[in-house]
Design a protein around this ligand. Structure first.
Ligand SMILES: [Zn+2]
Length: 138
């Protein structure tokens, strides 16, 4: 999945564009999903690929949404990132290359991992999105 810079710019809000296409970071505690614990699937804001499940989300207190693991092995790509004088592992969407955030190995869960992801890179699809039969006729 490849789009030109201009296409992404039209598709995304300025903040989403800055984070996902320019490897930006949203300010701590400002993201729409930092304190969101609604059940559902967090998809890539750029291409819609399912990335993280709400069951893997935990409250890290770090100011960004945190997950213990992605929904599958093939969903995200991990790349060493030594920018800003720090040794970190960058997380990008495997399908479209969107910058999502970083992964750290200080997580509280069984994986020991903390995927620290920008809200601006995610779009929550709440569970039970399909309408019930009695609502379809309206
Ligand atoms: Zn994507």
């Amino acid at each position: 999945m490849t789009k030109t810079d201009d296409e992404w710019r039209k598709l995304l809000t300025p903040e989403e564009y800055r984070v996902t296409r320019q490897k930006g970071t949203e300010p701590a505690f400002t993201g729409r999903y930092t304190d969101c614990f609604e059940e559902g699937v967090y998809r890539c804001v750029c291409c819609g690929a399912p990335l993280f499940g709400s069951d893997a989300k935990f409250h890290s207190g770090c100011g960004w949404p945190a997950f213990s693991q992605p929904v599958g092995d093939e969903t995200v790509r991990e790349t060493p990132d030594s920018s800003f004088g720090m040794e970190r592992t960058e997380i990008t969407c495997r399908r479209c290359g969107a910058h999502l955030g970083h992964v750290f190995d200080d997580g509280p869960g069984p994986t020991g991992l903390r995927y620290c992801i920008n809200s601006a890179a995610l779009k929550l699809e709440p569970r039970e999105k399909t309408p019930r039969p009695d609502e379809e006729t309206k």
